[in-house]
Every structure is written in C-alpha cells, then in structure tokens.
Design a protein around this ligand. Structure first.
Ligand SMILES: [Cu+2]
Length: 179
C-alpha cells in the first residue's frame, strides 16, 4: 500500500516536467520558420500537398524556375497567389480565429490533381491571453485546471504521509518507527 502511494506520488512529480516540455515545444513552434509549400519534381504536385499549422502561422508558397507556371488559389478565395507564374513567392498568414480546413488548387493544373489542403488548428488556450475578449475565460479555465492538479498532489502527499506515519511494528512503537 505504502509503495503504491509513493509510486503514485512519484509518477505525478515526474509528470510535472513533461508539461514544461510541451510548453517549450509550443514555444518552438511559435519561433519556427514559415511553412513552405513548393512544387515537386513531377511539376504537377504541391509539395507538401497537405500541411497542418497553428493560427498565427504563415504559409509561404514558393517556387522558382519552374517548367510550368503555377499558382495557389484557395477554393473560397481566402488566399490567392495571383496569376500562374514560374516564379512565385507568396505568403499568407492565418490569423487568430481562422482555424479550419482550407483547400487550394493550382488553377491551370487542378484537373491534373495539383491541389492541396491546409489545416489550421486553434492556438492553445494559454496563447490567446490578452488578444481578445475570450482570453479571460481561457485564463480562468487554465487556473481551475492547475488548481485541480495542485489539490490532487496535495491529497496524495497527505495519503503518503499517513501511510508512513502508521505504526507498523505494533502498538508499543512510535509513529515514525517505520523509518
Ligand atoms: Cu500548377
């Protein structure tokens, strides 16, 4: 029983640094380069043709010296790189609130399957603080989550200490004789 409780506490303590790792990964994503979509060697495919980004990220359509002229046009007109060109350098930024799925195509070659998809994920709650009115709600949710976490840890510590203080060798021995 005591070992099991200690194991639980140890697991929870070990789980804490992994949250920090996730945080730093999110930070890395923020600092990362733009996602670049180009044209592959078949001349009739985007590469990559499917990407997942976060709100706030920029997707850059970039190719040069192509055999054929291409463009990238979102099917609902959300973005449009313009006329098909052999050299294109067009960037589009997905702002906060633009999470969703965006299909785009190269107009001259859509019938050949030169199409692509961009999935834009909503930013994690802790990154929207202060940017709009929903930031406060998100902050409150984060606070209550961490409060729950803290109280779980506290409860387990109390249980662990109780298990340690319980007399193990008989009634004549003191509460800490287990050590
Ligand atoms: Cu094309």
């Amino acid at each position: 029983m005591r070992l099991m409780l200690l194991g639980l506490v140890a697991l929870l303590l070990l789980a804490t640094p992994s949250e920090a790792v996730v945080d730093s990964q999110n930070k890395q994503q923020d600092d990362s380069e733009d996602v670049i979509i180009t044209v592959d060697s078949t001349n009739l495919r985007f590469s990559p043709d499917s990407v997942t980004v976060m709100e706030g990220d920029t997707v850059r359509f970039f190719w040069s010296g192509q055999l054929l002229p291409h463009n990238a046009v979102e099917v609902n007109g959300v973005f449009d790189s313009g006329d098909p060109e052999r050299d294109v350098d067009y960037s589009f930024t997905f702002e906060i609130g633009m999470n969703g799925t965006y299909d785009f195509e190269c107009e001259p070659h859509a019938d050949f399957g030169m199409v692509g998809q961009i999935i834009v994920e909503a930013v994690p709650m802790n990154q929207t603080n202060g940017t709009n009115s929903t930031g406060d709600e998100n902050l409150t949710e984060m606070e209550s989550e961490s409060l729950t976490f803290v109280s779980v840890i506290a409860t387990l510590w109390v249980l662990a200490i109780a298990a340690y203080s319980r007399p193990v060798g008989g009634p004549h021995r003191g509460p800490r004789s287990g050590f």
